[in-house]
Design a protein around this ligand. Structure first.
Ligand SMILES: [Zn+2]
Length: 316
């Protein structure tokens, strides 16, 4: 599932490919992908003739500012959910089996929304409304992890009275926006905190370390450039790529890269949490010696394989 770094990479790609281009028309191939307005024809009327000013990201939402004849023309919102992809190519290329929405641009160019599992959503927000009024979950999102609002005091205050496991808290989008399973597991490993630890029992030092680890893991994963994004289309590809660089995520039974102990997995609130029982014991004070051997690698660079052209001439 795309998390903040993947969505941020898509945003950067969109800003390189589609900026200042006018949507000449479109086709909705699956009605339920359009979350707003109710009727896909209203959606198409809303976006037709609009120019994309800039793509923004809020949590895992992509939001494009639209103008028509120099006047605000609302917003185009996209959530990729589990398998959604935005692909840029030419209109004569064969339409992918799971293509749900097509956006046509000048010079035979096209942006396609391809989504195998069909959980992805697209909104057109009319200019008289705000994105938060139409995409209501936007209003409840916590701060962006790279923003000043996501401070150590804020993080500590939010965790103070909560009794649930820290892993579950990290997945709560009202605490901080954009973190999913992969980056929650990885940042807990880097800060040597057991995922089952209750929020309220975390020490101030642990909270400080976890805060820094979250930012480091996300920043490293966004990486450089990010104009193309081929393997991202394949959830297996994500795990496969990430498996080469992850400390713990999806590595159950494999040796910890720091101490050699087998990585363990537990279920927490229906989601898998991966951790090293030695480096992240319940109650703290891990034995693992980070920074030795393979563990010297201090970042998660390389998660995003930016090779071009995995889907014919469609890429992003
Ligand atoms: Zn370990």
């Amino acid at each position: 599932m795309p998390e903040l770094p993947e969505v941020e990479t898509v945003r950067r790609g969109l800003n390189q490919m589609t900026l200042n281009q006018t949507i000449q028309g479109g086709v909705v191939l699956l009605d339920r992908t359009i979350a707003h307005p109710d009727r896909p024809t209203d959606f198409l009327t809303g976006i037709q003739g609009t120019t994309l000013v800039e793509w923004h990201r809020r949590g895992k939402y992509l939001l494009a500012e639209l103008v028509r004849d120099n006047q605000a023309a609302g917003w185009l919102g996209v959530h990729l959910r589990m398998t959604g992809q935005l692909l840029w190519g030419t209109q004569d290329a064969p339409v992918q089996k799971h293509c749900r929405v097509r956006f046509f641009f000048a010079d035979n160019q096209e942006l396609r929304f391809v989504d195998q599992r069909t959980f992805g959503q697209i909104w057109w927000v009319p200019p008289e409304q705000t994105p938060e009024q139409v995409i209501t979950t936007l209003a409840s999102l916590g701060p962006e992890p790279f923003s000043p609002e996501f401070s150590v005091p804020y993080f500590r205050g939010w965790l103070r009275d909560r009794q649930r496991p820290i892993k579950n808290a990290l997945l709560d989008q009202t605490l901080v926006a954009g973190i999913g399973n992969i980056y929650a597991d990885e940042s807990l490993f880097l800060s040597k905190i057991n995922p089952q630890t209750h929020c309220a029992s975390l020490k101030p030092k642990q909270i400080q370390l976890l805060h820094a680890a979250i930012i480091q893991v996300l920043q490293d994963s966004i990486g450089e450039g990010g104009t193309t994004f081929s393997d991202f289309r394949d959830i297996k590809g994500i795990n496969g790529n990430y498996g080469n660089v992850a400390w713990v995520y999806d590595r159950e039974g494999q040796p910890c890269q720091t101490c050699g102990a087998p990585i363990a997995r537990v279920k927490l609130a229906g989601r898998s949490a991966h951790f090293c029982p030695d480096c992240q014991p319940v109650g703290g004070k891990g034995k693992g010696k980070r920074g030795k051997g393979k563990g010297e690698r201090g970042s998660l660079d390389g998660f995003v394989d930016c090779s071009v052209g995995a889907i014919g001439n469609f890429c992003l």
